[in-house]
Design a protein around this ligand. Sequence first.
Ligand SMILES: Nc1ncnc2c1ncn2[C@@H]1O[C@H](COP(=O)(O)OP(=O)(O)O)[C@@H](O)[C@H]1O
Ligand SMILES: [Mg+2]
Length: 154
Amino acid sequence: MKRVIVTRGEKETEKLGKFWGEQLFPGAVVLLSGELGTGKTVFARGVGLGLGVGTPITSPTFTLLNVHQGRLPFYHFDLYRLAAEEELLDLGAEEYLYGEGVSLVEWADKFPAFFDMPAVTVSLKQEGPFVRRITFSSDDVSYQEIIRALNPGS
Ligand SMILES: Nc1ncnc2c1ncn2[C@@H]1O[C@H](COP(=O)(O)OP(=O)(O)O)[C@@H](O)[C@H]1O
Ligand SMILES: [Mg+2]
């Protein structure tokens, strides 16, 4: 199942992320793809807000992973600088992805074979300076329910 939402401005993308943060469940996995500057980190910030994370959500580009605590643990990955899939194992990524928190992965599409677990895929595309086309898709019923509940204006 697939749905497209168009946002006009950072706040709208953040709000969309917040909705996901409110709905996501223990063990949920959110796989983000899209070029630099399309709003992956903005969306992640919204998810953090929705999970009730109190600490600032910034891009883990250099750290690969930031761990936050909200109503659930929030594992925010950014694989932009990751060269090889083995480094994900070194990082202990599986412990997080198959754990009880919510995992969100920027640049997950770099390693599609690694991220074959049930998940929601969020792909962002820039359509103008402030316009982003955001496509949500999942084969898994738990995520499909959330996708169905999205309002275009949320
Ligand atoms: N509709 C929008 N949604 C998200 N970000 C937007 C939007 N319009 C403009 N922007 C800007 O695009 C940039 C997105 O940055 P960021 O989230 O760090 O991208 P990424 O993590 O994908 O590299 C921010 O500067 C943000 O203000
Ligand atoms: Mg980013």
